[in-house]
Design a binder for this molecule. Structure first.
Ligand SMILES: Nc1ncnc2c1ncn2[C@@H]1O[C@H](COP(=O)(O)OP(=O)(O)OP(=O)(O)O)[C@@H](O)[C@H]1O
Ligand SMILES: [Mg+2]
Length: 286
């Protein structure tokens, strides 16, 4: 578990080593695919995020938690360049997004997919058309090939083939999430950003969605940045959890490690009435 006030290397802020290197913690070798440093974001009033540091390691499923309004969605949008920063820098795959040419920025943008908290799909397009949007935008393929590729992605996320011709209003919540995931995966990204992916799903649908994400990570080698309030997802899915609060990353660690952190909100969240049901020892030996 790392304190967010340390840099990954223990160096004072501003003296970090360059990003294109691997990071050792204990006997593990980790490579940061995302590195945010000194991020400050606001919308006119007091900043929502202030001087925030975050690393995301290649291949991990990172859970991002924090009270409502702490800035989880803002952080996600800031990392992918949709929210303006007042300060700080974001590096993805060792590249500072601010320094890229529009063409290079567009290319690197193809290496991640996003499932947004709101407005997952275009309501006037069928599932197939929705999934084909990024394909048509970024790849020079014929319409037939674009549609074939979109159908493959629809299959990949476990939707029946007939879902392709349906409109979002004709789908269940779980199917909409899967279709949105298919669109996020359309360009074979290295990273997927998921904002509350299981919100609104019944427990079985949520568990199945979790399983799908995990399988995709294991088979495709994805890195997953997942904002969630879903304790089941946090316990069963994540390799590491980042806790947002007071405009920054309060702490990061595994679910088990965070249970021991002496902080009122973290205690309430990870050892409160709902979380206290999880017997991690039993789960690990089951
Ligand atoms: N575009 C915007 N303009 C103005 N304020 C914004 C904007 N986007 C977010 N905010 C504000 O930033 C704060 C953090 O919002 P954010 O959506 O990141 O919260 P969150 O942690 O994702 O919450 P939740 O768990 O409810 O989704 C809120 O006070 C919100 O009103
Ligand atoms: Mg949010």
């Amino acid at each position: 578990m790392a304190s967010p006030t340390d840099t990954a290397e223990g160096a004072p802020r501003g003296q970090e080593r360059p990003v294109a290197e691997e990071h050792r913690r204990g006997d593990e070798t980790r490579e940061a695919v995302i590195r945010g440093r000194g991020l400050t974001v606001g919308f006119g009033g007091p900043p929502v995020l202030e001087n925030l540091d975050i690393d995301v390691w290649r291949g991990e499923i990172l859970g991002v938690v924090g009270g409502s309004g702490t800035g989880k969605s803002v952080l996600l949008r800031t990392i992918i360049g949709l929210n303006r920063r007042q300060a700080g820098r974001v590096e993805i795959f060792d590249q500072d997004l601010d320094t890229l040419t529009p063409a290079a920025r567009r290319r690197i943008g193809q290496r991640w997919g996003v499932l947004f908290q709101q407005g997952a799909l275009f309501s006037s397009l069928t599932v197939l058309q929705n999934v084909a949007v990024p394909i048509r935008e970024h790849l020079r393929l014929s319409d037939t090939l674009s549609d074939d590729l979109a159908r493959l992605k629809i299959e990949l996320v476990g939707l029946p083939a007939e879902a392709a011709t349906k409109y979002p209003s004709e789908l269940s919540g779980g199917m909409i999430k899967r279709a949105a995931l298919a669109r996020a995966l359309a360009l074979d990204p290295d990273i997927v950003f998921l904002d509350e992916p299981t919100a609104g799903l019944d427990p079985i649908g949520a568990a199945n969605f979790d399983l799908l994400i995990r399988q995709l990570r294991d088979t495709l080698g994805l890195t997953v940045f997942m904002v969630t309030h879903d304790l089941d997802s946090l316990v069963t899915m994540t390799d590491r959890i980042v806790v947002l609060g007071n405009r920054k990353v309060l702490v990061d660690g595994t679910f088990r490690e965070l249970r021991d952190v002496d902080h009122p909100w973290i205690q309430e969240y990870f050892n409160g009435i709902r979380a206290s049901h999880y017997d991690l020892d039993k789960m690990e030996t089951a």
